[in-house]
Design a protein around this ligand. Structure first.
Ligand SMILES: NC(=O)c1ccc[n+]([C@@H]2O[C@H](COP(=O)([O-])OP(=O)(O)OC[C@H]3O[C@@H](n4cnc5c(N)ncnc54)[C@H](OP(=O)(O)O)[C@@H]3O)[C@@H](O)[C@H]2O)c1
Length: 266
C-alpha cells in the first residue's frame, strides 16, 4: 500500500528514545525527511545514526520543548534544514512523580502540564502557519490511555493527557478547513526506556527478574490489558504513520488507542 509519504518533512519531538524514536524511524523508512529532538545530545546523535544506517534522512535538533524558545527553535530548525514542515508529532512527554494526589505539589502539577500540554501548544503554534500556507498538514499528539481512563495515581499526568485530547479536538475543528488534520494516539504500557526503568526498579525491590516484573505489574496494575503483555514502541509508530498518510485523509479529531484492549469504553 502506498502511504503517499515520500518526501514529506516530519518533526517528532522527544524522539531520541522510546516511542518517539520508533516513530521517527518508521517515517524515515517511508522516505520522509525527519527532524528528531531531545534534550541530551549523545542519545539524540545515537538515534540519528540509527536512522541514517537505515537509509533515512535525518536532522537532530537538541532542544527542551518545555521552554518557549526550545519549542519554537525545534520548528524553525526543521524548516531551515528541510524547507517546510508537513507532519508534526507531539510525542515529548512524561509522567512526573509516581505519587498519589495528596503528595503532589503545585510545581509538580505545573511541570507535568508544561511537558505534556504546553510543549505541544507551543510547537503546534510554530508549525501551523507552514501547514496552513501549503494547505496540507498532519499533527499527531501522543497522549495516553490514562487521558481517557485515569488511574487513581498520577492524577497530574492523567489530567494533562485528558487536556491534550481536548486540545486535539479543538484544533481539529479550527484547522480542518486549512487541510490540517489533527489526531491523538493513546498508547498504554509500552516497553520504552521510561517503562524499562520502572521494571528495573521493581525487579530490584522485589528480587525477581525483569520479565517476571512485567507479568506481576500486568496482574497488579494492568489487568485490563486483554492481550496480556506490554506493547512495543513499533506498535504505536505504525498507527502514527498511518494517520499522517493519504490513507487517513478523512480522519481528524479522533483518538486512536494502542492499548492492548485496556480502555473499557466503546
Ligand atoms: N511508555 C508508555 O507506556 C506510554 C504509555 C502511554 C503514553 N506514553 C506517552 O508516549 C510518549 C513517549 O513516551 P516514552 O515512554 O517513549 O518516553 P521515554 O522513553 O522517556 O522517551 C521520552 C523522549 O522524550 C524526550 N524528552 C523528554 N523530555 C523532553 C523535553 N522537555 N524536551 C525534548 N525532549 C524531551 C527524551 O529525551 P531527553 O530525555 O534527552 O530529552 C526521550 O527522547 C510520552 O508522551 C508518554 O506520555 C507512553
Amino acid at each position: 500500500m502506498d502511504l503517499g509519504l515520500r518526501g514529506k518533512i516530519v518533526l517528532v519531538t522527544g524522539s531520541s528514545k522510546g516511542i518517539g524514536r520508533s516513530i521517527a524511524l518508521a517515517f524515515a523508512r517511508e522516505g520522509c525527511q525527519v527532524a528528531i529532538n531531545g534534550r541530551h545530545t549523545r542519545e539524540l546523535e545515537q538515534a540519528a545514526s540509527e536512522i541514517r544506517a537505515a537509509g533515512g534522512t535525518v536532522h537532530a535538533i537538541p532542544a527542551d520543548v518545555t521552554e518557549a524558545e526550545g519549542a519554537r527553535h525545534s520548528v524553525e530548525e526543521t524548516v531551515r534544514r528541510f524547507g517546510t514542515i508537513h507532519v508534526l508529532v507531539n510525542n515529548a512527554g512524561g509522567i512526573g512523580r509516581f505519587a498519589p494526589f495528596e503528595e503532589l505539589t503545585d510545581d509538580e502539577w505545573l511541570d507535568v502540564f508544561k511537558l505534556n500540554v504546553l510543549s505541544a501548544v507551543r510547537v503546534t503554534r510554530a508549525a501551523l502557519p507552514h501547514m496552513q500556507k501549503q494547505k496540507w498538514g498532519r499533527i499527531i499528539n501522543i497522549s495516553s490511555e490514562s487521558g481517557t481512563q485515569p488511574d487513581p495515581v498520577m492524577p497530574h499526568y492523567n489530567a494533562s493527557k485528558s487536556a491534550l485530547n481536548s486540545l486535539t479536538k479543538s484544533l481539529s475543528k479550527a484547522y480542518g478547513k486549512d487541510g490540517v488534520l489533527i489526531n491523538t494516539v493513546s498508547p498504554a504500557f509500552i516497553r520504552t526506556p521510561l517503562v524499562e526503568e520502572m521494571f528495573t526498579q521493581q525487579s530490584e525491590a522485589r528480587g525477581v527478574t525483569v520479565d517476571q516484573v512485567e507479568q506481576l505489574l500486568l496482574r497488579e496494575f494492568r489487568p485490563n490489558i486483554v492481550l496480556g503483555r506490554a506493547g512495543k514502541p513499533d506498535e504505536t509508530a505504525g498507527v502514527v504513520v498511518f494517520l499522517a498518510s493519504e490513507q487517513a485523509s478523512f480522519i481528524t479529531g479522533s483518538n486512536y488507542r494502542v492499548d492492548g484492549g485496556s480502555v473499557a469504553s466503546l
